[in-house]
Write a protein that binds this ligand. Sequence first.
Ligand code: FAD
Ligand code: UDP
Length: 399
Amino acid sequence: MGIASDLPGDFTPSRYDVIVVGAGYAGAVCARMLAEGCNYRVAVLEKRGHIAGNAYDYEDEAGILVHKYGPHIYHTTDERVHQFLSRFTDFTDYQHKVLANVHGTLMPVPFNHQSLKLAFGEEKGERLYQKLVQAFGENRRVPILELRGRNDPELSEVADYVYENVFLHYTMKQWGKTPDQIDPAVMGRVPVFVGDDDRYFPQVPHQGMPDKGYTDLFEQMLNHDLIDVFLNCDARDLLVVEGTSVKVCDRPYGGEIIYTGALDELFHMDLGALPYRTLDMQFETLDQDQFQPVGTVNYTVSEDFTRITEFKNMTGQVVPGKTTIMREYSKPYEPGSGQTPYYVINEPDNIALYQKYRDRVANVLNFHVVGRLAEYRYYDMDGVVASALALSNEIINHR
Ligand code: FAD
Ligand code: UDP
């Protein structure tokens, strides 16, 4: 029905069939699906002062649309996700491009045909490229760790160059560890690309930006007669898990709960805190039209920050004489410090701790966990939407 800036004194949980904790993708998708699919009345509780979770965007003082929690670029190969989100927004045809600054030379990431020529010179670069094509085929994504495993002197030369100049230092800054020490799936997100496609998400059919921004997309998704959103409301102040049931506002709650926050926080970290990496994001508005040639430049061999994003390059917004950029500095997350837990650290000990929290809610009646925090997963937006659609369909079918 609307978005309220806080929870009213007369909030009555029993008026709602569903309580959703969190107004990011996970929560908003479930709220919309259950309102439409079951005619459920839904209360969405959000502890921040805004909707859209980490995808939130807003106009800064210079009138430039910026992403408060880091650059978000929509991309998916999942048709159902694309169809669902396209009900609430049109997408621009923005194709994200990233350049690595390697000792002053800007070369495409994922490292591709053109990067090879920039790194090794026209002739040798072409020879090495043909070698890669022979080894892997054209238009293939090759994880750096796989390339490093090949026992061929020329392929090793490419692998060593890319490892040292694209992955090693950036990964050390981002994770405090070398590429071999972290989850291979994280490294696999950014492969070497054997081809000419110079987009960050090569060969991904749907990519772009919501044409009026992410916050607007969420406003449309949450705009439904049966959905009430309450901002500045930390669900942990209302909701207590006791054995296999849940109390909300000190009374047993019989409806569905969709929980998209961190599970360790729900239990006041009594088994220990789940580790994350957080980011310091430093925004700067400059008196110039444009700062860099593409949306994001990764600083892969120098600087303390990992990357600089220039928002106008991604949104296509025209604001003459001004541009806003943002530098990202990664560091360990300190629980209880007010920092945002951005990146899960996918290591066996952490997964084991997460599983202990997860076991505690496994038998709680009508209690569902979904999203990057609640599932402790490194999710892109489309992955979270897919997970929330699957959960919602399960609830709808079960009804
Ligand atoms: P969130 O967006 O975190 O939403 C969870 C919400 O729950 C939050 O608003 C939080 O305040 C609220 N909440 C938590 N606990 C409580 C509580 N106790 N009470 C009430 N509310 C609570 N994905 C892409 O596809 N493309 C990108 O380019 C991209 N870039 C990214 C860049 C960065 C720097 C980061 C960190 C992530 C990026 N992502 C990107 C991933 C994307 O942000 C996530 O996949 C997505 O936002 C996750 O949605 P979610 O709903 O699970 O979590
Ligand atoms: N990475 C890197 N150099 C780059 C880009 C990525 O070393 O130029 C590594 C780094 O470890 C990073 C991971 O690949 O954390 C995944 O990169 P991605 O851009 O997907 O991360 P995100 O956008 O989620 O921060």
